[in-house]
Design a protein around this ligand. Structure first.
Ligand code: TXA
Ligand code: MG
Length: 343
C-alpha cells in the first residue's frame, strides 16, 4: 500500500477525511502524540488499525470527537464529576471512560461496555474529525511496543506501507499521551497520567484515585482496568535504567554506572545538558513538562544512535512528573535506581 504524506491544507484535510469516511487509515497530529485514525463507527476499519500496529485485539481504542455534543451520542451515562471534567478540560489532553451506547462497535472497545472519549485541542485533529463527519477511533500511531510518535517522521518510520496517509502537522506540544480517567466506578480513577495532571483535577474539585498499576509492572495473568497497562511499551532497543532522586546524587550515580558498561555504547538522557564522558548525551530540557515533550523522540533517537544501554536522569516534582515517571518506568521495564534525596 502506498502511504501518502499530506499537509494541513484544506484540500489535504478533506482528502484525509474522505479516506476515513470510506474505511481507510490516516495518521494525524494531536496535542499529545500522533494518532492512527479510522472511523469509530466502522468495525472493519477498526480491525485494520490492530493489523497495521500489530496491536493485541484486547486493547481498546480511544474515540476522538470535535464537538461536546457528540459525547451524549456515544456515552450511555455522564456522571456529574465527568461533566465537570468535560466542561473544564475539554478540548485538551484528557480522555474520559464512560459507559457506551451500542453505536460504538465492539471492535473499537475490544468488547468492553465502556468507551474512552477524547476531544483533542489540536486544530488539525479537530478539522480532520469534522472533515470525516464521523468520530475517529485512534490509538497512538506507533508500531505496538514502540514509543508513541511525536513527529510525522516517527509515524513514517513505523507505518509506511501499512496505512493510507499521514498528515504532517509538526511536533506535538504535550509529547505524552492523554490523561485517562475512568468514571464508571464509585470514584473517578486516573488510569494513565498525562497532560492534565492530578493537581489540575484536584484544583477543579475532582478527588481522583491514582490506579495502583501506574508505577508497577503487571503479570501476564492480571486483568487491569486499562488493558494497555499490561503491554510492554515505549521500549527502545537499548536497555534503559532510570536513576531517580536529587539531581547531584543522580549524576554521581550515573557517572559510576557509566564506568561499568564494558565497552557497550552508552547513552544518557539528561534534564539540562549535564556533561558525561564516554556517552551519547541527549537533553530532554529542564523540568518535567519539557521532559514529557521530548522523552519519546529521545528514546527513538537513542536507537538511531545505536545506544545499547541508556541511563535516564529523573527528579519527581509532582505535576507532569507522574506522567514522565510512568512512561520512563515502562521504557526501563521497571529498572529503577533510587538515590538519596527526593524520590
Ligand atoms: O493522547 C492520546 O490519548 C493518544 C492520542 C492519539 O489521542 N491516544 C492514545 O491511544 O494514546 P492508545 O491506544 O495508544 O492508548 C489508549 C489507552 C490504552 O492503554 C487502552 O487500553 C486504554 O486507553 N483504553 C481505551 N479504551 C478503554 C476503556 N474503555 N477502558 C479502559 N481503558 C481503555
Ligand atoms: Mg499507544
Amino acid at each position: 500500500m502506498e502511504t501518502k504524506i499530506l499537509s494541513t491544507d484544506e484540500k489535504d484535510i478533506n482528502e484525509a477525511g474522505k479516506i476515513i469516511r470510506n474505511g481507510g487509515l490516516v495518521a494525524f497530529p494531536t496535542e499529545t502524540v500522533y494518532g492512527l485514525g479510522a472511523s469509530a463507527l466502522d468495525a472493519f476499519a477498526a480491525k485494520k488499525i490492530y493489523a497495521a500496529k500489530g496491536r493485541p485485539s484486547d486493547n481498546p481504542l480511544i474515540v476522538h470527537i470535535c464537538d461536546k455534543n457528540q459525547i451524549e451520542k456515544i456515552a450511555a451515562e455522564i456522571p456529574p464529576s465527568a461533566k465537570t471534567v468535560i466542561d473544564k478540560f475539554m478540548p485538551g489532553p484528557i480522555t474520559v471512560i464512560l459507559k457506551k451506547k451500542p453505536c460504538i462497535p465492539d471492535d473499537v472497545t475490544a468488547g468492553l461496555d465502556t468507551a474512552a472519549i477524547r476531544f483533542p485541542s489540536h486544530e488539525t485533529a479537530q478539522r480532520l474529525i469534522r472533515a470525516a463527519g464521523v468520530p475517529i477511533a485512534a490509538p497512538s500511531a506507533n508500531l505496538s511496543g514502540k514509543p508513541s510518535p511525536t513527529k510525522a517522521k516517527h509515524v513514517i518510520n513505523d507505518m509506511t506501507g501499512r496505512i493510507d496517509a499521514v498528515i504532517d502537522g509538526g511536533s506535538c506540544a504535550v509529547g505524552v499521551e492523554s490523561t485517562i480517567i475512568d468514571f464508571t466506578g464509585e470514584k473517578p480513577v486516573i488510569l494513565r497520567p498525562g497532560g492534565v495532571t492530578y493537581e489540575d483535577l484536584k484544583n477543579a474539585g475532582i478527588e481522583a484515585e491514582i490506579d495502583k498499576n501506574i508505577l508497577r509492572s503487571i503479570a501476564a495473568d492480571e486483568a487491569p482496568k486499562c488493558p494497555g497497562m499490561k503491554y510492554k511499551h515505549y521500549a527502545p532497543n537499548a536497555e534503559v535504567t532510570v536513576v531517580e532522586g536529587e539531581i547531584t546524587a543522580v549524576r554521581r550515580k550515573i557517572k559510576e554506572l557509566l564506568k561499568g558498561v564494558n565497552g557497550k555504547i552508552a547513552g544518557v538522557m539528561t534534564m539540562d545538558g549535564a556533561d558525561y564522558d564516554n556517552a551519547v548525551i541527549l537533553s530532554v530540557g529542564s523540568g518535567n513538562k519539557e521532559y514529557a515533550q521530548n522523552l519519546f523522540a529521545a528514546l527513538r533517537e537513542f536507537d538511531e544512535l545505536g545506544a545499547e544501554v541508556v541511563f535516564a536522569e529523573f527528579c519527581d516534582d509532582g505535576g507532569y512528573g507522574l506522567a514522565v515517571k510512568n512512561r520512563l518506568y515502562k521504557a526501563a521495564a521497571q529498572r529503577v535506581i533510587h538515590v538519596g534525596g527526593n524520590e
